[in-house]
Write a protein that binds this ligand. Structure first.
Ligand SMILES: Nc1nc2c(c(=O)[nH]1)N[C@H]1C(S)=C(S)[C@@H](COP(=O)(O)O)O[C@H]1N2
Ligand SMILES: [Mo]
Length: 413
């Protein structure tokens, strides 16, 4: 990744910062006219024939965003948040979390069994799932272990958005509502939970309250306009909008309705949140409101004073983001960032803010507020509530300290 003055100028233009000021401070003003100006503007691609199209498109060779494989067994890859625009994560850059590898599943061999407290236990093929009326919705997906490096008042400074919060992606998902399938099998009115089980070597399984099925749960088979990728659960996964990544069971092969939770390994020994009194939160599904400035951020270095188009993501599992507040002085004063419309519920929301950096040290922070009035907490507030060694659901306010030399370090207070 390069972080030249060019990319700063391009980003600040995109964020509307320079436009608002009436001039692009960091762009070059040509000191010539006519042919001389054209020569200064750079090489001319109109003089040679263009390339032929291919059956599959590919990125410009100059754009090389990559996932970060951050575990020795390859069970974790992180999305390069700092390299992305808008709110949709390209499918090949979606983060991955596998507890025992990516299974190979033949679409013709795939089956989804729905049984337990139902009138008619049924097995669905992939074609049968695709025959139901489908819905398409945009949602974020975040691992509840995301952001742990920020759960400290003295974190490492040399952390990038990808390293910190890369277990976060946003997609347009297509699938069949679970409620449609539950109506088909005749789910019993007194069924209150269902088990979702994956067909990977981990046989990952989670209990889900049945209300989520009646609300917005999906069996998703497509992502960003094409079939779901093997890494995301091909040919079908459970999608629980706004709920912790782990419960979104990939390669889903079985739903079992019951009147109690199943107490699987991944909701007892894992994915329950230790608290300071020695107890633990269990079934903490909802992802709380959170935000992250992805530009400017470590390891970018600002090349001198001028306009900076601050931008990043905000998201909440409870609905829509109402507001993102930014501080340039470590939390002493706050101002509202602009939100890119449309602001969709349980989806990544892009925020931006035009900042004229005067070259003095600064401390950038972002704070999300969602439509329920929930405000993203400080590390001190969250540690007071949950204890210093709590795990999962780290959604504290974070930010970046900008030095007078333009270098940037991760900071939480
Ligand atoms: N079957 C199965 N489902 C799974 C997992 C898994 O290992 N096996 N990992 C879970 C975890 S911890 C997360 S955060 C999300 C990650 O989804 P993704 O890999 O599509 O980003 O899938 C969840 N669903
Ligand atoms: Mo996860």
């Amino acid at each position: 990744m390069t972080d030249s003055g060019d990319s700063i100028s391009r980003r600040s233009l995109l964020a509307g910062a320079a436009a608002a000021a009436g001039s692009a401070i960091t762009a070059r003003v040509l000191r010539a006219d006519g042919a001389e100006a054209a020569a200064q503007a750079g090489p001319d691609p109109t003089k040679v024939p263009g390339d032929r199209p291919q059956v599959l498109g590919s990125r410009s060779p100059h754009e090389t965003p990559e996932k970060l494989i951050s575990s020795s067994i390859g069970g974790v890859t992180r999305t390069p948040l700092q390299d992305l625009y808008g709110t949709i994560t390209p499918a090949d850059l979606h983060f991955e979390r596998h507890h025992h590898g990516i299974p190979r599943i033949e679409p013709e061999a795939y089956r989804l069994l729905i049984h337990g407290m139902v009138d008619r236990p049924m097995v669905f093929t992939l074609d049968e799932l695709r025959r139901f009326p489908s819905v398409t919705r945009t949602y974020f997906l975040e691992c509840s272990g995301n952001g742990g490096a920020g759960y400290s008042e003295t974190p490492r400074a040399d952390v990038s958005p990808q390293q910190l919060d890369g277990l976060l992606s946003g997609s347009e998902w297509t699938g069949v509502p679970v409620k449609t399938l539950f109506a088909e099998v005749g789910a019993h009115a007194d069924a209150s939970w269902f088990l979702a089980e994956g067909s990977d070597a981990a046989v990952m399984a989670r209990s889900v309250p049945v209300e989520k099925a009646w609300d917005d749960a999906l069996i998703a088979y497509a992502q960003n306009g094409e079939a779901i990728r093997p890494e995301q659960g091909y040919p079908a996964r459970l999608l629980l909008p706004g709920w912790e990544g782990n419960a979104n069971v990939k390669w889903v092969r079985r739903l079992e309705l019951s009147d109690r939770p199943f107490m699987t390994r991944d909701e007892t020994s894992r994915y329950s949140d230790p608290l300071k009194d020695g107890t633990a939160r269990i079934f903490s599904f909802e992802m709380d409101a959170k935000s992250l400035i992805t530009y400017p951020a470590h390891p970018v270095r600002l090349e001198g004073p001028g306009w900076v188009g601050i931008t990043g993501y905000a998201w909440t599992g409870r609905g829509r983001i109402a507001r993102v507040e930014l501080s340039l002085d470590g939390g002493a004063t706050w101002a509202s960032a602009s939100l890119q419309e449309p602001v969709l519920p349980k989806a990544l929301t892009r925020f931006s803010f035009g900042w004229r950096w005067d070259g003095e040290p600064a401390h950038l922070m972002s704070r999300a507020v969602d439509e329920t009035g929930y405000v993203q907490p400080t590390v001190a507030e969250m540690q007071a509530a949950r204890g210093p060694r709590s795990r999962y659901h780290y959604n504290t306010i974070r930010g970046w300290k900008v030095g007078a030399d333009g270098t940037i370090g991760f900071a939480t207070v």
